[in-house]
Design a protein around this ligand. Sequence first.
Ligand code: SAH
Length: 238
Amino acid sequence: MTLPADPAQPALWRASVVTLFPQMFPGPLGLSLAGDALRREVWSLSTQDLREHGLGRHRAVDDTPAGGGPGMVLRADVLAAAIDGASGPDDPRPRLLLSPRGRPLTQARVRDLAAGPGVLLVCGRFEGVDERVIEGRGLEEVSIGDYILSGGELAALVLLDACIRLLPGVMGKDESGTEESFESGLLEYPHYTRPRDWEGRGIPEVLTGGNHKAIAAWRREQSLRLTKARRPDLLDPA
Ligand code: SAH
């Protein structure tokens, strides 16, 4: 019998990470809001050390690329063994390979992932991973931007951070998740706080006047102005 989900007790969001550097986790996610939520068991983290699945006396995880060329490639057999150690065939979590070739991560995707059961993340190293393991283990490639990192670990931390802050009970105020850049398809408006005068610069008058309608209109206008200037692609998606 399956019990109906108890909304007061949301299911644990589970993250598993396959990596050559498990010491990098939780890293910064052990601090602040994410760290606090980890200790409160809002989410869980397990790492699968690639080296433990390495071959031979040196526990080799990589080899030279077929066809030649620079660098090394993570072996399909080693990587698959580590993935299988982290997740079984019935695991409902999406399996993501951090990869500059992947579909760029967006706030919409982050929301989707945060609403699901968790993620299995595979971190590449060196030149990348043997192509066959991507297909053989159903990995979806995800990129965090058009630049090259030396490994997938920092990208995994970025993805996890973006998801964890959206889990129920992680952020102080519920609405601070929905007013942000990208959530409305626009960049966020400028913020101000005390002091009212700083180095001769004031705060836009509308924000101190208490007219909430006028404030909302000003913010919307500023959001539009910034988005037009900095990210016109958001207004006119191809
Ligand atoms: N030779 C590869 C880059 C390898 S970088 C290429 O040209 O596409 C080594 C590893 O770092 C990758 O396997 C991936 O896991 C990670 N990585 C690098 N840049 C990334 C990015 N922008 N987004 C996500 N992961 C990235």
